[in-house]
Design a protein around this ligand. Structure first.
Ligand SMILES: Nc1nc2c(ncn2[C@@H]2O[C@H](COP(=O)(O)OP(=O)(O)OP(=O)(O)O)[C@@H](O)[C@H]2O)c(=O)[nH]1
Ligand SMILES: [Mg+2]
Length: 441
């Protein structure tokens, strides 16, 4: 598997430093040097390595690693966080068009896995309930069209093709028309590869891009090609403004350095990894998971986070118990707000609720988050007694809370009203449960 040797080396280095109660400047430097060598030997681009270590060093000074209680652990955390930054800690999900057809173009050098990933992606999106069209815009080889058709058949996805006589560009344009008329949600255009980046290929891709205006241009790069991935990705990106990378053959024994370099050099995020030849062998790319795997020590890194989670779990359990007992205070409301805001953006949550998916696009996450934050601030500004029962709060109390939370009396009233409403709803649930259990007695 990719990264095995890098993981082995880093783990050794880190176990080493963790054992030390106190770090000196010298063994800190030694550790950084070991990390440097490990990264370089894993084919990480030298410039990326240099910048990376510079940031780790700065961060270590900033967080005063040498004087920390657990210097080794803190250093691990810093390295971990910097790896995530290297891999891109922003949103790696597909850019789907909320108002209609999403066009995805697969591009890349010959044999990197365009056609295979097109099929995998079609399968993935179909499972998410999308109506998907595969488009065979590789008209160089008849076999390429057959390959896509076979793939499409195996997953029950329609394949659009006019054979090898019609130009790829024209087929893409016709397919776009066809997809729009037949209410497809996604069309994935498979294009022809070449041995090297040549002008004819690039022009054809550019023409297709200009004609169909894809939301996503996904470049497949073969993880086994090592350092060259960075050059290929840069070249494609310069010409086509690639929106995402699919790192294929990640299951092979590539050293993985390409994955670590390519985002840093090109700015293009890795969106998926291909991890085998089967249709299901595709994974969404999660920088944090990969960082943990590379460091081979989820244990240390998540130490703090774990502790945090356990507290959350206890809180959630308590909340459920209180609800079932018919108790619900503003403190409980605060807990449930905190829990739900950890689940991710509101629109994402709504997408998961049956029947709400269409509405998700209209919810503004920023507004929702701001509202949640203000609600939290208001509750936190109340006294324990007020949180227990806000019904006796007078104007002067509300003014104090508004001032304390940087909000208005109006907003304080709204929070209290929402609370009273929620309490009523919960109360009726409780009665309903009581009634139902009565029926079975
Ligand atoms: N192990 C492994 N093999 C893969 C993966 N993705 C694709 N392959 C294999 O790589 C070979 C090439 O894949 P294709 O999808 O045909 O590549 P392509 O980019 O469409 O190739 P051309 O159309 O000829 O340019 C096939 O044998 C695939 O089975 C992967 O993630 N892991
Ligand atoms: Mg192909």
């Amino acid at each position: 598997m990719a990264f095995d040797s890098l993981q082995e080396r880093l783990t050794k280095t880190i176990r080493n430093i963790q054992g030390k109660g106190k770090l000196s400047e010298r063994n800190m430097e030694e550790t950084l040097e070991e990390i440097r060598v490990a990264l370089l030997e894993s084919d990480v681009n030298y410039k990326v390595v240099k910048d990376f270590l510079e940031r780790v060093r700065l961060e270590s000074i900033g967080q005063d690693v040498l004087n920390a209680i657990e210097p080794g652990q803190l250093l691990v955390k810093i390295v971990h966080d910097e790896i995530i930054k290297l891999l891109g800690d922003d949103d790696n999900s597909l850019n789907l068009n909320p108002n209609g057809l999403t066009k995805i173009m697969m591009v890349g050098l010959q044999g990197t896995g365009k056609t295979t990933q097109a099929g995998k992606l079609a399968n993935l999106l179909k499972k998410q309930g999308k109506k998907v069209l595969l488009v065979a815009a590789d008209t160089i080889r008849p076999a390429a069209i057959e390959q896509l058709k076979t793939l499409g058949e195996s997953i029950n996805v329609e394949v659009y093709s006019e054979g090898i006589e019609v130009k790829a560009l024209n087929q893409a344009i016709n397919a776009l028309d066809y997809a729009n008329k037949n209410n497809f949600n996604v069309m994935i255009v498979d294009t022809a590869g070449r041995l090297q980046i040549d002008e004819v290929l690039m022009q054809e891709l550019k023409d297709i891009k200009d004609a169909i205006k894809p939301e996503e241009i996904l470049l497949t790069v073969d993880a086994l090609t090592g350092q060259d991935v960075v050059n290929v990705a840069s070249a494609f990106n310069d010409l086509l403004q690639v929106t995402g990378l699919v790192l294929t053959k990640f299951d092979g024994d590539s050293k993985g350095g390409s994955a670590l370099s390519v985002k840093a050099v090109t700015g293009v995020p890795i969106k998926y990894t291909g991890v085998g030849e089967k249709i299901s062998d595709i994974e969404e790319f999660h920088p944090d998971r990969l960082a943990q795997r590379i460091l081979g020590m989820g244990d240390v890194v998540s130490l703090v986070e774990k502790a945090q989670e356990e507290i959350d779990l206890k809180k959630a359990e308590n909340l459920t118990k209180r609800l079932l007992a018919g108790k619900f205070t503003l403190d409980d409301m605060l807990t449930s707000i905190e829990q739900s805001s950890k689940l991710g953006p509101i629109s994402g949550l709504m997408k998961m609720v049956p029947g709400m998916g269409d509405l998700a696009g209209s919810v503004n996450d920023e507004d929702a988050n701001r509202m949640l934050k203000r609600t939290k601030a208001i509750i936190q500004s109340m006294t324990p007694a007020e949180r227990e029962d806000p019904s006796f709060m007078r104007g002067s109390h509300k003014r104090r809370v508004a001032a304390g939370s940087g909000t208005t009396v109006d907003e304080v009233n709204k929070v209290i009203n929402n609370y009273e409403k929620s309490k009523k709803v919960l109360g009726s649930f409780k009665n309903m449960f009581a009634g139902m259990s009565g029926m079975f007695k």
